[in-house]
Design a protein around this ligand. Structure first.
Ligand code: SF4
Length: 419
């Protein structure tokens, strides 16, 4: 019987980042050795400049480092510079990405102020134009990118894959001695569509440091397979995202599962989590999930995270759940101010635990932790600061006192930023 050799990594952590050519998108660098960038997209009507500017500001304040907006009509293109002006008046400095389909070449030509105000153009080779017009319309957009010195994202999407490319690959596959299965042919079509479009853009004159690629599909395993392959076949910066991920926990789980595997392998320079918001819910959920994904993987730090136990039969009161929520919300509310005031505060760690079993141990690992009393335990909540028991809270005001301890700690521990 042959002996199985299992390789156990000696250290925890992701694989080295794949080499990619860095692309400057307005003030934000994507790829190369730049941190993995969080981006999002509005769902307002771009023609409504006021609502769109408000939502862009909301997404940017939540931490979106690039924000994409649909540019689908002449009125939407005309609104883009007005959106940029409104954002400037609001003190929001975030690069805007224009999402173009079918008529991008006309809109960019007719609205020079739109072409100028955008920091990047996103084009989809599958619907940039049809038949003989496809190549000329694609070339027109690339020429606009050259004229205005902008980068582009060539974003292929499974739902709008270039059908002529797919048909050609099916024919090619039929000639193989051992034909590939249909999903492999489809993956190859996605990847070739992206790579051939990028090659065309380069032929027209766009440099590699102006090109970002994406190949989005809606299946987790398919997405992983596509990007693993794409990553080995080029050194363009890559935008990761699971398209049509869905709503609520399904969308979060599917996106996190797919992107986590790729990020762990060092693949990906910018991410978007495409969540369908609940009716009336804020669009910022997708930004928070993207940040939490990067932070829980140890790839970037954005905001202090609260470690909380799930609760069990040892604690029948909801108090610790309420406390964990209060602390997390307090941190999120304070973070816009803390971020500009205190250097390194995003690395702060907090623990809210439900009983003595894991409470003190987990609390000691955090900068600040509290271990609440479980059933039958003395009604006292020890607080640990930097691994040492610092005090014990009792009574009805534990939540407010703990938040006060947290605020004092932040003020004492983190040095004020000078600029
Ligand atoms: S810390 Fe205590 S209450 Fe929380 S899950 Fe563990 S045993 Fe249950």
């Amino acid at each position: 019987m042959s002996e199985m050799v299992t390789q156990v990594p000696l250290t925890a952590g992701p694989a080295p980042r794949r080499h990619s050519v860095a692309v400057q998108v307005g003030k934000v660098r994507v790829g190369g050795d730049a941190p993995i960038v969080v981006q999002s997209m509005t769902n307002t009507d771009t023609e409504d400049a006021a609502s769109t500017a408000r939502q862009v500001a909301e997404l940017a304040r939540a931490g979106s480092e690039l924000v994409r907006i649909t540019v689908n009509t002449p009125a939407a293109a005309a609104a883009v510079p007005r959106i940029a002006e409104r954002l400037a008046m609001m003190g929001v400095d975030v690069p805007l990405v224009g999402d173009f389909h079918y008529n991008g070449h006309q809109l960019l030509e007719r609205e020079p102020a739109c072409a100028e105000a955008l920091a990047k153009y996103r084009i989809n080779p599958g619907n940039v134009g049809f038949g003989a017009k496809r190549d000329t319309q694609f070339a027109s957009i690339i020429e606009m990118a050259l004229r205005y010195a902008k980068p582009v994202r060539i974003g292929v999407n499974w739902g709008s894959l270039d059908q002529s490319m797919l048909a050609a690959l099916m024919d090619e596959n039929a000639q193989r001695a051992e034909p590939w299965d249909a999903s492999r042919v489809a993956r190859e079509a996605l990847i070739r569509s992206a790579l051939e479009s990028a090659a065309k853009a380069e032929e027209i004159g766009l440099e590699r440091d102006r090109i970002i690629l994406s190949c989005k599909v809606s299946g987790v395993q398919e997405l992983i397979a596509v990007y693993r392959d794409l990553a080995t076949r080029c050194d363009y910066a890559l935008h990761l995202g699971l398209t049509e991920a869905g709503m609520g926990s399904k969308g979060i789980t599917a996106s996190s599962a797919a992107l986590a595997v790729l990020l762990q392998e060092g693949i990906g320079d910018t991410i978007r989590i495409s969540l369908t918001p609940e009716p009336g819910a804020s669009r910022t959920g997708e930004v928070i999930v993207a940040q939490e994904l990067l932070q829980t993987m140890g790839l970037r730090s954005f905001t202090p995270l609260v470690t909380a136990c799930p609760g069990c039969g040892r604690t029948t009161s909801e108090f610790f759940q309420v406390l964990a929520k209060t602390v997390q919300e307090h941190v999120r509310e304070q973070m816009p101010l803390w971020r500009v005031k205190y250097d390194g505060v995003e690395n702060l760690t907090l623990a809210v635990m439900g009983c003595i079993v894991n409470g003190p141990g987990e609390s000691k690992h955090a900068n600040i932790g509290i271990s609440l009393p479980g059933n039958g335990e003395a009604p006292a909540a020890p607080v640990f600061i930097d691994g040492e028991k610092a005090m014990t809270l009792r009574g009805d005001n534990i939540a407010n006192e703990f938040v006060g301890i947290l605020d004092d700690y932040v003020e004492r521990k983190y040095t004020a930023r000078t600029s």
